[in-house]
Design a protein around this ligand. Structure first.
Ligand SMILES: O=C(O)C(=O)C[C@]1(C(=O)O)C=C[C@@H](O)C=C1
Length: 355
């Protein structure tokens, strides 16, 4: 801390810049020594620092301000990592898709983002090593699971090293007037999250499914008859008018994203573990797996069945539970699960996201 109080905003900015340069040098040194924490670990430490800063603070800090401070720390970390890592981060683009906004929330604005056109392409980029991390939507509070994502986890082994929770507020964006609109474009999940509002307000418009909400915004910018359901930053980027804001049917509309990558963070005390398994095709097989979790007192936060690609009447189960696989009770349960399942993949353990 400075010894005497600064006299001007310029002086404070100067000090902030000096501190950032200082932090950059330390990040570089840690990277050279191969001891730089992963982004997931760094995020968990920043959250702990922020929490103790807020509880030590004499003034009360509003939740919105805490969010802004958290994003400032993420951004500074991404600036400090420029040139030292992480490598490319893949997500469903173009820019200003909700996936991009979730990636900024986790990795900070200055991270080296590389948008791709589909969710399978995000998996491919990480699998091939073109990207070190990827970010994919996995479930939504209104619309449920994201089928493309679960289908890819079913097809190839892909580790999860983090998660992001993003409140989703959809907007109707257009380059023409309300009266000109004959088609409304968006990703199927986004259309589904606004189904009631669209039916009540644009009953005659055709709903057209496209690859992402930003792809819809691009089309709306080219054609006055097309409106897009997309984010406000996407609307700004394509110079669209905001015809209506917050058109999602459920005002608590939240999408959970999985961070793909091999940098599994160490236990933080507030972690979850994602598993995928297939049980034997016999009575009581699924109940047997549930008994293991119940006996170990493990709390399940998500369970989803998904058809096994290429077979009929066979299902994979996605399960998330609280705890890290580095903890004995989780490790023991996984060991017992391995003994009674036909296929078991531990997708990863990582800190529980804050909204
Ligand atoms: O199209 C986008 O903008 C995305 O990032 C994808 C996606 C999704 O498929 O769930 C992400 C969040 C919202 O739920 C709507 C769309």
């Amino acid at each position: 801390m400075p010894s005497s109080p600064p006299e001007s905003l310029e002086q404070i900015d100067h000090q902030l810049l000096q501190m950032i340069q200082h932090r950059r040098s330390l990040v570089k040194t840690l990277a050279d020594q191969q001891s730089l924490p992963s982004v997931g670990e760094s995020n968990a430490r920043q959250d702990q620092t922020l929490q103790s800063f807020c509880s030590d603070s004499k003034q009360s800090i509003a939740p919105k301000e805490i969010d802004a401070l958290r994003q400032t720390l993420r951004h500074i970390d991404s600036v400090c990592r420029l040139g030292v890592g992480p490598g490319a981060i893949s997500f469903l683009g173009p820019q200003y898709s909700y996936s991009h906004l979730a990636a900024i929330k986790y990795f900070g604005d200055a991270a080296p983002f590389t948008p791709v056109a589909t969710i399978p392409a995000v998996f491919d980029a990480v699998q091939r090593g073109d990207a070190v991390s990827g970010l994919v939507p996995i479930e939504n509070s209104t619309d449920g699971r994201v089928v493309d994502t679960l289908g890819m986890f079913a097809r190839l082994h892909m580790p999860i090293c983090g998660e992001v929770l993003l409140p989703i507020h959809h907007n109707l964006l257009a380059s023409g007037t309300r009266e000109q609109i004959t088609e409304i474009h968006s990703k199927p999940q986004a259309l589904s999250q606004c189904r009631g509002w669209l039916a009540a307000n644009f009953p005659a418009a055709s709903l057209i499914e496209v690859g992402s909400t930003t792809t819809a915004a691009e089309s709306a910018a080219r054609n006055a008859h097309i409106a897009a359901v997309a984010s406000l930053p996407a609307g700004r980027a394509y110079g669209l008018d905001v015809l209506n804001q917050n058109i999602e049917d459920n005002k608590d509309n939240v999408t959970r994203f999985a961070v793909l990558g091999r940098d599994e963070p160490a236990p933080t005390g507030k972690d979850k573990t994602s598993l995928l398994f297939q049980v034997e095709h016999q009575p009581g097989a699924l109940a047997g797996t549930m008994k293991i979790f119940s006996d170990a007192q493990l709390n399940l936060t998500w369970i989803e069945s998904f058809p096994l690609p290429g077979s009929r009447n066979e299902y994979l189960f996605f399960v998330e539970l609280t705890g890290h696989r580095g903890e004995d009770r989780v490790a023991d349960a996984i060991e017992q699960l391995a003994a009674i399942t036909r296929r078991l993949e531990i997708l990863g353990s990582y800190p529980v996201a804050v909204l």
